[in-house]
Design a protein around this ligand. Structure first.
Ligand code: PEP
Ligand code: MN
Length: 337
C-alpha cells in the first residue's frame, strides 16, 4: 500500500503514520518528494484496512498495490487449475458440458433428460433440488427426494451431479448426494455458506451474483479457498443491466477477464444470462470463443410444462446441436475436443 501525505502534512503527522505502520509489523519506505511525502507500506497489505490510515491527520489518500484476493489470483497458480469430477477434468483443454433441467421435477422427467443429455455429449448432469425462487408461491424444488432422484440418474448414466446448496446447514446433506456443489447467484455473498463449502473438499461451482463485480466474485471464491477447499469453478451467468429484453446481460468480458485474473476454471451459463432459448446457442458459441472451460445449460424435453425456467430451456436435440458447434469452436480456438 502507498500512503500519499498532503502537501501541508507536518513532520509530526508523518511520524505518526510511520510509527503506526511499524506497530502493525510492516516496514516503512519513505519517499520525500518536492511536493509530497509518499509512504510505502512493505508487506502483505491484504489484512489492512486502508480507512485506518485515511482518517489520520495529514493523509491525503491511500493506494492499494495488491489485488484483495490472493489464493484466487492467477499469480498463485500461473499454470491454471484443473478440477477433477469423476472421470471429467474441468479446466484442461477439453470443454465440460453440464446439462439438465433447471429443477428436478420427477423421477421420470430427470431420467429422460439425463439419458438425452448424455447421448448428446454432456459430461455432467445438472438439476436443482433446492431452488432459490423469487416467489414463495412457486415450485421450491423436491428437496431430499430430488437429491435421491439425482443420485439415481447418476447411477443410471454415470454422469456426475451438479446441484445447488442454499444454506450452510444443508451442505452436509447435499454433499452426500452431489459431485459438485452449486452456489447460486443469489448466494454468492452468503459468507457463512461460502465458509461451510470451504470446509468440505467437494468441487464447487460458484455463480456470479447478478449485481456483483468480477472482483467481488473473486473475493467470494477466496472465502472458499481460504477454508482449504481449492476445488472451485467460477460461473458467468449474466448480470443485471438496464436492458429488459433479455433476462440478464451476458458479460462476455468477464470470461477472459476471469481467466486473466485467476487460475480457476470458468464456466459460461448461456441459459440464465439470456433467459430465452433462441439466444442460448449463439451466446454459448460466444462463451466458448471467449475462452470458457465449459458450459452449464438448461435442457428440458418438455419446456412448456417445465416447473421453472422453461423459456430458457433447450430441447435435447438443440442441446446436441450446441455441443457439436461448441466443439468446433473450441477446436478453432486451440482446445482439443
Ligand atoms: C440455476 O442454476 O437454476 C439458478 C438458479 O441459477 P442462478 O443462481 O445463476 O440464478
Ligand atoms: Mn434455472
Amino acid at each position: 500500500m502507498i500512503i500519499v501525505m498532503r502537501a501541508s502534512a507536518s513532520v509530526k503527522e508523518i511520524e505518526h503514520v510511520t510509527s503506526r505502520i511499524d506497530e502493525l509489523g510492516f516496514q516503512v519506505h519513505l519517499s520525500q518528494g518536492s511536493e509530497r511525502t509518499i509512504i510505502g507500506v512493505i508487506g502483505d497489505e491484504r489484512p489492512l484496512d486502508r480507512a485506518m490510515f485515511e482518517v489520520m491527520e495529514g493523509v491525503e489518500r491511500t493506494v492499494s498495490i495488491l489485488p484483495p484476493y490472493k489464493l484466487a489470483s492467477r499469480e498463485w497458480r500461473p499454470e491454471g487449475s484443473v478440477i477433477t469430477v469423476g472421470d471429467t477434468r474441468i479446466g484442461g483443454s477439453r470443454l465440460a458440458f453440464m446439462a439438465g433441467p433447471c429443477s428436478v421435477e420427477s423421477r421420470g422427467q430427470l431420467l429422460e433428460i439425463a439419458y438425452a443429455v448424455k447421448e448428446a455429449g454432456a459430461t455432467l448432469l445438472r438439476g436443482g433440488a433446492f431452488k432459490p425462487r423469487s416467489s414463495p408461491y412457486t415450485f421450491q424444488g423436491l428437496g431430499v427426494q430430488g437429491l435421491e432422484i439425482l443420485a439415481e440418474a447418476r447411477e443410471a448414466t454415470g454422469l456426475p451431479i451438479v446441484t445447488e446448496v442454499m444454506a450452510p446447514d444443508k451442505v452436509e446433506l447435499v454433499a452426500e448426494y452431489a459431485d459438485v456443489l452449486q452456489i447460486g447467484a443469489r448466494n454468492m455473498q452468503n459468507y457463512p455458506l461460502l465458509q461451510a463449502v470451504g470446509k468440505t473438499r467437494m468441487p464447487v461451482l460458484l455463480k456470479r451474483g447478478m449485481m456483483s463485480t468480477i472482483e467481488e466474485l473473486l473475493m467470494s471464491a477466496e472465502y472458499i479457498l481460504a477454508g482449504g477447499n481449492y476445488e472451485v469453478m467460477l460461473c458467468e451467468r449474466g448480470i443485471r443491466t438496464f436492458e429488459t429484453y433479455t433476462r440478464n446481460t451476458t458479460d462476455i468480458n468477464a470470461i477472459p477477464a476471469l481467466k486473466h485474473l485467476s487460475h480457476l476454471p470458468v464456466i459460461g451459463d448461456p441459459s440464465h444470462s439470456t433467459g430465452k432459448w433462441p439466444l442460448v446457442i449463439p451466446v454459448a458459441r460466444a462463451m466458448v470463443a471467449a475462452g470458457a472451460d465449459g458450459l452449464i445449460v438448461e435442457v428440458h424435453h418438455d419446456p412448456e410444462h417445465a416447473l421453472s425456467d422453461g423459456a430458457q430451456s433447450l430441447k435435447p436435440e438443440r442441446f446436441a446441436q450446441m455441443v457439436h458447434e461448441a466443439r468446433r469452436i473450441a477446436e478453432a480456438v486451440g482446445r482439443t475436443v
